[in-house]
Design a protein around this ligand. Sequence first.
Ligand code: TRP
Length: 452
Amino acid sequence: MENNTRSSFTGKIGFVLAAAGSAVGLGNIWRFPYLAAKYGGGIFLLVYLILALTFGFALMTAEIALGRKTGLSAIGAFRSLNKKYSFVGYLAAIVPLVIFPYYSVIGGWVTKYLWAFVSGGTSQAATDAYFGQFITQPVEPVLWFLAFILVTAVVVLLGVEKGIEKVSKIMMPILVVLSIAIAIYSLFMPGAIDGLVYYIKPDFSKFSITTVLAAMGQLFYSMSLAMGIMITYGSYMKKDVNLESSVKQIELFDTGIAFFAGLMIIPSVFVFSGGTPEALGKGPSLMFETLPKVFETMPAGTLIGAAFFILVLFAALTSSISLMETVVSIVCDKFKINRILSCVLVLAVSVLMGIPSALGYGVLDGVKIIGMSFLDFFDFASNSVLMPIVAFLTCVFVGYVIKPKTIIDEVESSATFKRKKLFEVVIKYVAPVCILLILISSVLEALGYLKI
Ligand code: TRP
């Protein structure tokens, strides 16, 4: 059904921008900096870059080629190549369902901060207690979460993504420029150099298995890998577009934006909180606690802060729209129901799943799943468990079932495959072994059986 009417991206630029649009989101601006701060700064950055050039490259190439070869999205692509492996497609399809609700909770936080800056609350937003007070309220985080998820649902329901996408094509470059400007500003604040050193210079004594797992989970998350998204995008890619160089450009785009976000946030942690382990280990709240302080010291900070949060909100919306869209289309296909019903169903389930995440730091503070709050748990379950499993199975599938040659032939149908050897070695040996080892050790650690 999908084959004949499948539309294509117009060319390489169209493809790269669309894939980068899915990849760039809160993962780059909110998640990357707090992980880098928490897991040792420079060492995390180094591990991330190595993984991006090996694992990221091999997996993204495999996924896009799988999609382009079969012309199908995840479930169909695995099934059409080998019936026994359709379950990998299903497993991949669960990931966006787990991510979407808590992604919208963070989207709600961004909306709240935008509101604070627009309504003249800059100096309150810059105080230490502000974020904690907001997040522990019984009602407010839920309301902002609902606002964000409803906007997403309306866009998906009305199918006006095209308009939003056009706007974000203009806003994304502005976001990049603004982030670079803010990064430069924060680097010139007294005391920022220590933060820069922490972020750039690897300290090998801070290396651990958890660093690798966190970096790997972040890589999957940030590049929208291991959840079937890139397979779907690949199925829209024209046969004559150079696949390898497209992958290179998407990776560069995504990593570049994450790098600048870190440059903007980590030095500020040193300036305002002295770079103590507690300040660096903040986790999900890091961006919300440090950036308002930077804006408060800036000339025209209220305006710049408001502009920044608007742009981040747009980046978050484009990602949440495509997350929801993915889930909706899977539900439509699987249960053979129409789009409207499917939207309503997905919205209802996501609201139910999101509310515990929104309340996890306040009313539900006492409720922990394996020692984690709801939001952290959903994040852990998707990024550190489900996605590595899907990535592992994808490597096994490509390396041993359909064989790397299938992918290599697909890549070579448009241009020579320069890093063919690297691809083959990573997908067959390095990636599956490493992913499995890291996955097992981290799950054992989370469950308390292992101390790393
Ligand atoms: N990659 C996105 C980010 O960095 C998040 C994301 C994960 C995503 N999976 C997705 C976005 C699927 C769109 C579709 O924020």
